[in-house]
Design a protein around this ligand. Structure first.
Ligand SMILES: Nc1ncnc2c1ncn2[C@@H]1O[C@H](COP(=O)(O)OP(=O)(O)OP(=O)(O)O)[C@@H](O)[C@H]1O
Ligand SMILES: CC(C)(CO)[C@@H](O)C(=O)NCCC(=O)O
Length: 499
């Protein structure tokens, strides 16, 4: 590591080699989506047909040692790309971490398959040597009993905000190329520019904007464990986007929506400043707003006669007002794009104002809403640059959806649980605790609290956990994503070494 990259918040000490070989971790950050058909179509429409990877007999039960258990785990989790129905490894995000002396892998699965995942763990014997794991988010609380009862793994809970900050600081301090921004900021033209991934004293204070289902804004004033606080939030987040899109489009999942939005034109839906002012440049100059920015999200719809989604002939009204030909028909892709702009512009405004209040010039945007979401990232970048007149920079992280999971993993390695905004420490009552000794597994089950627990989506093979009320949250789904830390190093598969 270059000296200029020294961090005030040093990475955890490499684990003692013996201990290192006896540790692995799962960490998580969830992806939430709303509504049944949405998720079903996106992830396959019958959860009961889940073809979980079958166990290779019960050979695992005969493995002679913990080391064999670990080897089995790494082989299973580290080398596979998919797990069950919705489990996916984000292979491109795997990286070798010198500070930890191993490779971190990042996996996610949909929370509606939580029981299937636990079943798979049992079937594959992956739970054999784990007695606890570091967790974060609502799911750490909501699924605590399920994990304990089904696989005998206790959740060591860490605060949601704390784990996000921990994950960010670790990546910024340890992985060059993690952080990026957009240069030549413009709505379409800016390009991604890699930034040094470094945290130094001059980095503080900064704002973290976590765009998940909802939005949290965290002020980070220094590298210490207590030097952060949640200062604001917004209910208009990724869940809002998915929810409204569900009402207005037939898109089959988040990726589908983004592809759709990529083809759409929000100016067919949104009222622009020039739609209100016309092209009188002197008036726009006086207003100090360019004509081509949105004045009112979805505002153009207000002046349409009939249903703007139908052609004039379908409307049968003969048109009128501003109506033109069928090219004016508002398509689902235009609505998807306008909704994306609506949510993103709002978040950009709040982020900018929060940065003003706390006198910061760095805003890190994270959360799964930004996953593969170039449009939102560019828009956020543009709006922060525009409103701050170039004084504040929007920054992004490659592992945007895994910060909480990573933080939970790291904190679990440090020992203890229950951070500032966290929970009550390790759960009690693992039935299998006695037969598990040397493993410490960390799983950041971040924000899985809104998992779909409805009857029809349960895995029929798995007994319903007593601790969970099936009547609650039955229209929502979430995906939890995991981190697998392989201290063997996985050198042959190393993607990006830290420098
Ligand atoms: N495959 C996907 N399925 C569903 N939503 C996705 C997917 N990929 C990205 N998203 C977006 O990510 C959002 C959830 O983000 P994330 O997992 O970071 O938040 P969360 O932890 O569930 O919520 P919060 O931070 O509010 O607790 C969704 O609302 C959606 O906009
Ligand atoms: C409730 C949480 C913190 C759960 O992650 C998140 O969804 C959020 O910050 N929502 C916005 C809540 C608000 O500040 O209005």
């Amino acid at each position: 590591m270059k000296s200029s990259q020294a961090t005030k918040n040093p990475p955890p000490e490499p684990l003692d080699s013996r201990e290192r070989r006896a540790r692995y971790s799962l960490g998580a950050k969830s992806v939430s989506s709303v509504g049944e058909s949405f998720s079903e179509a996106h992830h396959g429409n019958d959860t009961r047909t889940a073809s979980l990877p079958s166990a290779s007999g019960d050979s695992f039960g005969q493995l002679p040692s913990h080391q064999a258990a670990l080897d089995h785990f790494y082989t299973f989790a580290g080398n596979q790309e998919t797990f069950g129905i919705s489990g996916r490894k984000d292979s491109s995000l795997s990286f070798h971490c010198r500070a930890l002396g191993g490779v971190l892998h990042f996996l996610r699965f949909e929370t509606k398959h939580m029981e299937g995942a636990l079943e798979l763990m049992k079937r594959e014997g992956l739970d054999r040597s784990i007695h606890s794991m570091g967790c974060t988010g609502g799911g750490a609380h909501k699924y605590e009993n399920l994990w304990s009862e089904q696989v005998g793994i206790d959740m060591v809970k860490h605060g949601e905000m704390e784990t996000m900050v921990k994950g960010i600081e670790f990546l910024l301090g340890n992985r060059v190329g993690e952080c990026y921004s957009y240069k030549d900021v413009g709505l379409e033209t800016e390009r991604k520019a890699l930034r040094d991934s470094v945290i130094s004293s001059s980095s503080y204070p900064y704002i973290v904007v976590s765009i998940g289902t909802g939005v949290s804004l965290i002020l980070v004033t220094g590298p210490g464990r207590d030097q952060f606080r949640r200062v604001s939030g917004s209910t208009i987040g990724g869940g809002t986007y998915l929810g409204l899109c569900k009402l207005l489009t037939k898109a089959q999942g988040f990726e589908d929506l983004l592809e759709m939005a990529g083809r759409g034109r929000n100016e067919k839906v949104d009222l622009l400043v020039r739609d209100i002012y016309g092209d009188d440049q002197s008036a726009l100059d006086k207003l100090k707003l360019p004509g081509d920015i949105v004045a009112s999200s979805f505002g153009k719809m207000a002046s349409k006669d009939g249903d703007p989604r139908e052609s004039q002939s379908d409307r049968g009204s003969g048109g009128g007002g501003e109506e033109g030909g069928d090219e004016d028909v508002v398509g689902e892709e235009d609505l998807a794009r306008a909704l994306l702009m609506l949510c993103t512009n709002n978040i950009g405004h709040i982020a900018y104002l929060t940065a003003q209040i706390y006198n910061t010039n760095k805003i890190y945007f994270i959360g799964n809403f930004l996953r593969h979401n170039d449009i939102a990232q560019r828009r956020l970048s543009f709006s922060i640059d525009y409103w701050s007149k170039g004084q504040v920079e929007g920054l992004f992280l490659e592992h945007e959806g895994y910060l909480g999971a990573l933080g939970a993993f790291l904190l679990s390695q440090e020992g203890g649980g229950g951070g500032a905004d966290g929970g009550a420490g390790a759960a009690q009552g693992s039935k299998k605790k006695g037969r598990r000794r040397s493993f410490s597994a960390g799983e950041g089950v971040h924000e899985i609290k809104r998992a779909d627990l409805s009857e029809e989506n349960r895995n029929a093979d798995v007994q319903r956990p007593r601790a969970i009320d099936p009547g609650r949250g039955n229209r929502r789904r979430a995906t939890t994503s995991q981190i697998i830390f392989n201290p063997h190093g996985d050198q042959g598969k190393r993607k990006e070494d830290d420098k």
